[in-house]
Design a protein around this ligand. Sequence first.
Ligand code: ADP
Ligand code: MG
Length: 254
Amino acid sequence: MSELVIKNLFVSVEGVEILKGIDLTIKSGEVHAIMGPNGTGKSTLSYALMGHPSYEVTGGEVYLDEKNVLEMDADARSHLGLFLAFQYPVAVPGVSVANFLRTALNAHRKAQNPEDKGISIPDFRKLLRERMQLLEMDPSFAGRYLNDGFSGGEKKRVEILQMATLDPKFAILDETDSGLDIDALQIVADGVNAIQGSERGILIITHYQRILNYIKPHYVHVMLDGRIVESSGPELALRLEEEGYEWIRNKHDA
Ligand code: ADP
Ligand code: MG
């Protein structure tokens, strides 16, 4: 069993304090959702957890299985088993989806075992084919340049494909639902559910509760102005769907 522990995390961006003491523990097998209005620091949390250099941690601690994540660069965090599906995936013209995924997978294998010679091409093709079927992706995707000219929904699918290939211990999905129509959302959610299990913890970051109809969280947290102000079970997401964020704002302004 793995555990991701975030303790009293403070993060600044360009000198402005955005996260003001986040506490959150996620165990493998658990699905947590963080909901909150735009601009409250949800993406800041995901970037800070992955080690983006623009997000300066000014206080607090993050541990994955008692290893100090904040001392590691983004590569090492990824090799340790952290994964972030970006809200805004970037295009990499010239690098095919297949090449990108194989390079990433081999870097992970080498980090686990320096002797590793990398996955064989036939084994990789088989793995990729299986994972793409799971996400109902056309095989031609593998040969296309990463995210180059991809629709919003296609980019999100590639993020999940990457997650399904790298098999991380903890996956953070930042607004994976945005830009997806209902059919695409269902497919992406099915893909996430198919690889969700007792071995993996998932943090779903979302503004809307819609995705939580498809990927059921065990815990729902609300972030307001850089703090988690409310934590509860899935019923909290339904209340936010019906009543918006106003009642939570009122409760915590008071
Ligand atoms: P959310 O994901 O909840 O919508 P963000 O974490 O993206 O919120 O942003 C929180 C705040 O931090 C916003 O006020 C935003 O303008 C600011 N911020 C985030 N990233 C940057 C950045 N790279 N440069 C400047 N300001 C940023
Ligand atoms: Mg965001």
